[in-house]
Write a protein that binds this ligand. Structure first.
Ligand code: APR
Ligand code: ZN
Ligand code: ZN
Length: 361
């Protein structure tokens, strides 16, 4: 029987979101229905609302979630009712050219549910990032459910489903930060702080946090920043060089998505070092760099999509490290809120007052 539950809907570009009744079908082949327990508010949800992703309104927002599998459709063997799972937007196909090359973290044909959730009048919903989890229950592809240790609180675990994983993975997977490295992170929101946390976990000896907001810089220290730079008060490139014996950092991570800070990350890097872009630029931005500098500095310029994570490999491992007290995930939860408070959470996010607001259902 299809079920009627509450969901947060963006009906039209720029309009405040509303909580409405949605219809969740029973899971078909390869699908699962998940009882959502918590879902973080991410910038991408706001981008959908602003029409910045596509025009396929109405959207069912929310995609950074954890919950319990309620039911599974035919042929589902990897998860079962009762499993505690984090939802991911990288359910790998196993057969695209990247999966066949042994690089499933770049899968070009990831799965979502085949059936559609709808409004009560039958209007089909577009779930954010193929998930849609600001709702009591959601329908996803079974591969979007990654089983983790249920000892973790859902409001914390769910964060690995998007922004925090993006930052941790930018450092640990894409940047390949390892022990003894020097790292500089530009932008200390949830993503940048996760990159700082990932660098700390990987054994970096120096972690320089750059932001324009002193409060954010204070928070960055809690995640492992050894030094902080307010870019409105001093030149971050010069200061990072000073802090790294005049050389620049082994790995620099841009977690804002601006040409100016990307350029700073480029010049704040040591010879043969790595620049990682995890901040998402706007489509109209361009960047100009002296060509000889690209060659002469060597190393690697990399972009990090979802922290180059492989959910089945990374989520359970990171939850285990969290439960052992080795990974600070609690620090990302600024507040827990109700399903009616998403619009207000968007405003707080725009004002920069929170790392993550998390809807608890
Ligand atoms: N120099 C340094 N820091 C800056 C600058 C600047 N010129 N401009 C903004 N910042 C800081 C802000 O003060 C803020 O602390 O960058 C941080 C950005 O954080 P959030 O807005 O909270 O964004 P976050 O959720 O961390 O995401 C960062 O990663 O995944 C992408 O889409 C996401 O592009 C976004 C980026
Ligand atoms: Zn694939
Ligand atoms: Zn997100």
């Amino acid at each position: 029987m299809p079920q009627e539950v509450r969901g947060v809907i963006a009906r039209a570009k720029g309009e405040p979101v509303t909580v409405e009744t949605i219809v969740v079908p029973d899971p078909g082949p390869g699908e699962a229905v998940v009882e959502v327990q918590a879902c973080g508010v991410c910038h991408t949800d706001l981008h959908y609302r602003e029409g910045g992703i596509n025009d396929e309104f109405p959207f069912l927002l929310g995609h950074e979630a954890a919950g319990v599998v309620e039911s599974v459709g035919p042929g589902v063997t990897d998860v079962a009712p009762g499993d505690f799972v984090i939802l991911n937007w990288r359910a790998v196909c196993g057969s695209c050219r990247s999966c066949l090359k042994g690089k499933p973290q770049y899968c070009f044909a990831t799965h979502n549910a085949t059936q559609k959730m709808t409004l009560k009048d039958g209007t089909e919903l577009s779930p954010a990032l193929g998930i849609g989890a600001f709702c009591d229950k959601t329908l996803v592809a079974a591969g979007q459910c990654t089983k983790v240790d249920p000892a973790a609180q859902p409001e914390v675990a769910g964060l690995l489903g998007c922004g925090v994983m993006a930052g941790l993975g930018a450092a640990m997977n894409t940047g390949g930060v390892s022990r003894g490295d020097t790292v500089a992170v530009f932008g200390c929101g949830g993503v940048g702080d996760a990159a700082i946390e990932g660098s700390r976990l990987a054994g970096a000896k120096t972690i320089v946090a750059v932001d324009i907001d002193d409060t954010k810089l204070e928070w960055a220290k809690d995640f492992g920043a050894t030094h902080t730079i307010n870019a409105t008060k001093e030149d971050p490139v010069e200061r990072i060089r000073e802090l790294t014996d005049g050389n620049g950092a082994d790995v620099t991570i841009e977690a804002i998505g601006l040409p100016k800070t990307y350029e700073q990350a480029f010049y704040a890097r040591d010879l043969a070092g790595t620049v990682v872009l995890v901040g998402v630029p706007n489509p109209d931005m361009t960047i100009e760099l002296p060509f000889i500098e690209l060659f002469g500095r060597g190393g690697a310029l990399k972009s990090s999509w979802y922290g180059d994570c492989l959910p089945s490999r990374d989520f359970p491992m990171l939850i285990d490290l969290y439960l052992q007290g080795r990974l600070n995930l609690d620090g990302f939860v600024s507040e827990t809120i109700g399903i009616d408070d998403v619009e207000e959470a968007f405003h707080k996010m725009e004002q920069g007052g929170v790392l993550r607001s998390v809807v608890v259902l």
